[in-house]
Design a protein around this ligand. Structure first.
Ligand code: KIV
Ligand code: ZN
Length: 512
């Protein structure tokens, strides 16, 4: 890899999925992975295969589907984890195993209960186990941002000798400051005798809002891989946002002197896909991908931009994919056009019946909505996938009455394991009434933590995409539903979340 190439390592499917409620199905992960591949991400961290059978299958599905990006699996420094990662990645054209162990005094003493020497020994063993599956091994000293730099030098020198090709320096708890973090990277590169045999990478968390600044400071000090996520999704306050890293390095090439191979026009479609699937909406003023990122409100600014764009714009909206929201299909589009567009979007339905069912839904939607955009197709396929998972609860019908001065009421029919059940309730508004009516049937005991509605595209005929976050017994899930009728979308989202709560998904967290 040349010195001026900056490797973009996306961990939306792994660290991103560690955001509470952001869990994704295998099909959704493959869809996101295809979009990342289309965006020309170098490495896709597809998950933590040892977490559960479901996670294993998801990593395997991504490894089997992706051809132009390296697919990576995370593993603790344990033989079984590494074996699971190796097996899950067997079908990948290019595979990487990412193994890690904590190196800060607090983590070694309180979490691992291991001495520093034991940690070095385990790290070396882990890298050697991983090398039995692939030459492409990455090692992370977890909580490096709070680790003793002398100890870091010892661990890293040992793992390079054991065969690690990438050394990833995580600021696990988002504690570092840009100047200090950049200096850490520079010192490690200068002090470790065999440092030239490895690529230095960084993985920064955003607890102080500094993940992107810390990552860029590391790049200025010789890091040549940045781990990041679409929309900055990730554990707690998230990870460094991919779109900000890529566009900072591109826009300020004069300072960074390195380049990524990212196709930036795929950034906005990727952002929308990830936010649609996870239900984590993007704030309007978010850099690059927020709805207002290229909107000029003040008259002076508008005037300036009209006279000469660069007076107030350092990037062009179309360069990051804002114009990619093109109208694609409509009422008169046929099955072939529908299939072709899905293929272009990287959406593969696994059977002719699935395609027929999706096409029937598309026709229903096209009757209600004139222009069908790419985002509508993604929402439609997500809805279709949700409807096809072996569900406990399915929405059969919904009737809502809402009139000024009257108490809103709702009547619902759902199928529970195929058996129809009715419920009705009043509420403070039509959505509240619909949720109460559903609860009158299911009595879930779940607590509603978040309810949000987003229009998928513009216009009053746009589909509303609703996210419902429920929690029960410490478990948090997000459900999504899309419909041109937002009360129906809300009921679908509520049932989707309930179905997730009922699924017996037990997974281990890699860092706990
Ligand atoms: O934040 C972190 O330290 C991680 C490691 C597993 C790389 O996510
Ligand atoms: Zn992390």
């Amino acid at each position: 890899m040349s010195q001026d190439h900056l490797i973009i390592f996306d961990t939306t499917l792994r660290d991103g999925e560690q955001s509470p409620g952001a869990s994704m199905t295998r099909e959704e992960k493959v869809r996101i992975a295809r979009q990342l591949e289309r965006m020309r991400v170098d490495v896709i961290e597809a998950g933590f295969p040892a977490a559960s059978n479901g996670d294993f299958e998801s990593v395997k599905a991504v490894a089997d589907a992706i051809r132009d990006s390296t697919v990576c699996g995370l593993a603790r420094a344990l033989e079984r984890d590494i074996q699971r990662a190796g097996e899950a990645l067997r079908g990948a054209r290019s595979a990487r195993i990412h193994t890690f162990i904590a190196t800060s005094a607090i983590h070694m003493e309180k979490k691992l209960r291991m001495t520093p020497d034991q940690v070095i020994e385990q790290a070396v063993k882990a890298v050697k186990w991983a090398r039995q599956y692939t030459d492409n091994v990455e090692f992370s000293p977890e909580d490096a941002g709070r680790s003793d730099p002398d100890f870091l030098c010892r661990v890293l020198e040992a793992v390079i000798d054991a065969g690690a090709a990438t050394l990833n320096i995580p600021d696990t708890v988002g504690y570092s400051l840009p100047g200090q973090f950049g200096e850490l990277i520079r010192n490690l590169r200068n002090r470790i005798p065999n440092a030239d045999r490895a690529v230095f990478s960084v993985h920064c968390h955003n607890d102080l809002g500094l993940a992107v600044a810390n990552s860029l400071s590391a790049v200025l000090n010789g890091a040549r891989q940045v781990e990041c996520t679409v929309n900055g999704l990730g554990e707690r306050a998230g990870n460094a946002a991919l779109e900000e890293i890529v566009m900072a390095v591109r826009t300020r090439q004069d300072v960074f002197g390195c380049e990524t191979r990212i196709d930036a026009t795929q950034i906005v479609p990727a952002s929308r896909l990830v936010s649609g699937i996870t239900g984590f909406t993007v704030q309007p003023n978010k850099a690059i991908v927020g709805a207002n990122a290229f909107a000029h409100e003040s008259g002076i600014h508008q005037d300036g931009v009209l006279k000469h764009r660069e007076t107030y714009e350092i990037m062009r909206a179309e360069d990051v994919g804002w114009s990619a929201n093109k109208m694609v299909l409509g009422k008169h589009s046929g099955r072939n056009a529908f299939r072709t567009r899905l293929t272009d979007l990287g959406i593969e339905l696994d059977s002719e019946e699935a395609l027929n069912a999706a096409f029937a839904r598309f026709k229903e939607l096209a009757d209600k909505k004139h222009d069908i955009f790419d985002e509508d197709l993604h929402a439609l396929v997500s809805d279709e996938a949700a409807a096809n998972t072996p569900e406990l609860f399915k929405l059969v019908s919904l009737k809502v009455c809402s009139e000024t001065g009257e108490i809103p009421s709702a009547r619902v029919v759902i199928a529970e394991n195929g058996q129809e059940k009715n419920g009705s309730a009043e509420g403070s508004g039509p959505v509240d009434a619909a949720f109460r009516a559903l609860e009158s049937i299911v009595n879930s005991g779940a607590e509603l933590q978040l309810y949000s509605v987003n229009n998928i595209t513009t216009g009053t005929d746009a589909q509303g995409e609703v996210t419902v976050r429920l929690s029960r017994g410490g478990r948090i899930v997000n459900g999504q539903g899309a419909d041109t009728d937002i009360v129906a979308a809300s009921a679908k989202a509520y049932l989707h979340a309930l179905n997730k709560l009922h699924s017996k998904l037990e997974r281990a967290h890699p860092q706990v």
